[in-house]
Design a protein around this ligand. Structure first.
Ligand code: GUN
Length: 281
């Protein structure tokens, strides 16, 4: 058996096209969705990510502003930039690109973002809203994973879902989203004993550890949907957390690249639209 490969590029393109249609409706009513990105320093990967976000905004008819700060900017200058964007009524979504240059305190900056403009969903208020079932912004990557499962009509309610990785950006919100959709969720991490015995129970297995090839075929229940959130640079190119041989066991599998990755930017547009609607109407 060979897994059905989940086409993240296709689902992301559909999501972005829908966002463009919804943006056009808002624009007709006089509101142009507007994302502001704060980019401090010159990390090459961050420059690429931010360029992709800007391009996606423009393709969907959104306005996008990039606020660039030098790598040696002060904490106060960075915080000032966020406060200015909070106060700017034309800005609906604010994102501070991570990682920040050494010496800057990301947690303090993120805590200053107006939670109703926090389209990354990183603010503790939005994490709390998700944890308690209130409407708010959900981090884009786990939101994209749910969109992929739905696009392939993979049942979530009643399933056993296992999430490997407990980051605030992926693992924790991922588990909460699956729980909200009535999956029975187990979270695993570096301290989990006999990990394979847990992951083999999963109908839906989410790998978000950042270690190439970490999930091997023996860890996967035959027919399971395996979602690979990891992306690492290796000598032989980009690699996910899931070993390629898992395709022989899984029922569905996301490729790396071209699986979860493209969904992150698509869901950022989705969140920015949600912000524009909420703030403007
Ligand atoms: N750096 C890498 N991915 C992300 C992301 O999704 N949001 C932000 N703000 N920074 C990132």
């Amino acid at each position: 058996m060979s897994a059905i490969m989940i086409d993240g590029k296709r689902v992301a393109a559909e999501t972005r096209a829908r966002a463009a249609e919804e943006a056009a409706q808002l624009i007709r009513r006089g509101v142009t969705p507007h994302l502001a990105v704060v980019l401090a320093g010159d990390n090459p990967a961050s420059q690429t990510y931010v360029r992709n976000k800007e391009r996606a905004c423009h393709e969907a008819g959104f306005r996008s502003t990039i606020l660039r700060l030098p790598a040696d900017c002060t904490q106060a200058e960075l915080e000032e930039a966020v406060l200015r964007l909070n106060a700017d009524a034309s800005v609906h979504g604010i994102l501070v690109q991570l990682p920040l240059p050494a010496g800057l305190d990301a947690a303090r900056v993120l805590a200053l973002i107006d939670p109703d403009k926090d389209v990354d969903g990183f603010h503790a208020v939005n994490a709390g809203r998700l944890a308690t079932g209130q409407p708010g912004f959900v981090p884009c990557t786990p939101l994209g994973v749910i969109a992929l499962l739905d696009a392939y009509q993979i049942p979530i309610a009643g399933s056993r879902a296992v999430v490997i990785g407990r980051s605030n950006i992926v693992g924790k919100p991922m588990a909460r989203l699956l729980l909200a959709r009535d999956a029975t969720v187990t979270m695993c991490h570096s301290g989990t004993r006999d990990l394979a015995s847990v992951t083999r129970e999963a109908d839906i297995l989410i790998a978000a550890v950042g270690r190439p090839g970490f999930v091997t075929p023996e860890m996967v229940k035959p027919g399971a949907a395996v979602i690979d959130v990891g992306i690492s640079r290796t000598e032989s190119g980009l690699a996910g957390d899931v070993a390629p041989q898992v395709a022989q066991v899984a029922g569905y599998l996301t490729p790396v690249p071209g699986g979860v990755g493209p969904m992150t930017v698509a869901m950022l547009l989705h969140n920015t639209l949600q912000a524009a609607r909420r703030l403007a109407l």
